[in-house]
Write a new protein. Structure first.
Length: 332
């Protein structure tokens, strides 16, 4: 369950048609001259003078249109009503069950254990990351991914410890998948969808995720699809993800506007940022969709609307250290 985002269609604004003011020529008759003496021939009357019209200002054409370009992240949401209902139902389940359980997991399970589960689950995805870096012709990152997987699977005890990120290796964790590869080559999002159990996605991301799931058993063996392994891993992954993104959910939920549309836009903007980084744009060093944002979330408005800044405030996690002895209570 992540937070998600909509697309805005190309908006065309046509200004109201109007006619420019019409200026008609104005003729002014000059006063007739006084009658001449009879012995003087009559002078020819002066011709009427025509005053030229003032110049008319250039008028806008009635058929001019103003086009508001949409951002690359925006995706159409033809099922807006259905998606919003699915979002509301998911949030009810989250408030009643998933959220409390995930926070209990975060507070009760020791930090090193949670880190080990987190590292192990993401280490399983390294083959998918490797294949997609190859498809994107990013050979250097593909080689680094192989190095990460080899180091963490061996020295890191099947991925429980992220040794590859430390010295002397300094190999960062990167997020990648077949949906990213499609976006890298210009395949658009397609319609936005909010699906039960899946959460926010798009047609492109849904298809890409299915391809990723085909790669895993080929790379790691059929054991990863065995329900005895897949179900516990899936539950732990969901709890780990929900606990890690708890502050993000709260910040998006407190944002002004409709919660569903804020969630949809957040998802789509993060996905676009991940693809932009593949093209060398945007902020480097981010874990993409796999790591929760820190600091401030900048939620861009659709159709050029102002950006809303949402500070993320981490919840304090109770310390696992034993409490300090109280004076006079037998402590030393």
């Amino acid at each position: 369950m992540t937070v998600a985002v909509l697309a805005m269609m190309l908006s065309v604004v046509e200004p109201p048609a109007f006619m420019p003011p019409t200026w008609a020529p104005v003729e002014q008759d000059m006063p007739a001259p006084a009658a001449p003496p009879q012995d003087t021939p009559a002078a020819e009357p002066a011709p009427a003078q025509t005053v030229p019209p003032p110049p008319a200002a250039a008028a806008p054409q009635a058929n001019d249109i103003v086009v508001t370009a949409r951002g690359a992240w925006e995706a159409p949401d033809p099922l807006d009503g259905i998606n919003a209902k699915a979002f509301d139902a998911t949030m009810k389940v989250d408030r009643a069950l998933i959220g409390p359980v995930s926070m209990a997991y975060k507070k009760k399970v020791p930090g090193p254990v949670r880190d080990g589960i987190h590292n192990f689950l993401y280490n399983l995805r390294e083959p998918v990351v490797f294949v997609n870096f190859l498809l994107q012709h990013k050979i250097g990152k593909a080689v680094e991914t192989v190095g990460r997987f080899a180091v963490n699977t061996t020295i890191g005890a099947i991925g429980l410890f992220d040794i590859a990120r430390r010295r002397p290796f300094r190999l960062p964790r990167r997020s990648n998948g077949f949906a990213n590869t499609l976006g890298f080559y210009g395949v658009p999002n397609g319609a936005f969808l909010y699906l039960p159990l899946v959460g926010p996605t798009t047609v492109r991301d849904l298809f890409g995720g299915a391809i990723d799931r085909l790669i895993l058993p080929i790379a790691l063996g059929r054991g990863v699809t065995d329900p005895k392994f897949a179900l516990p891993a899936g539950v732990l992954g969901a709890l780990d993800h929900r606990a890690e993104f708890d502050e993000t959910y709260k910040a998006i939920g407190a944002a002004p506007g409709d919660p569903y549309r804020n969630a949809r836009d957040f998802y789509l903007q993060r996905r676009q940022a991940e693809i932009d980084r593949l093209h060398g744009r945007g902020r480097a060093g981010s874990g993409g969709m796999t790591e929760a944002p820190t600091g401030t979330i900048r939620l861009r408005g659709r159709g050029g609307a102002p950006t809303v800044e949402l500070p993320v405030t981490p919840d304090p996690v109770p310390s696992l250290a034993p409490p300090a002895p109280v004076e006079g209570a037998g402590g030393r």
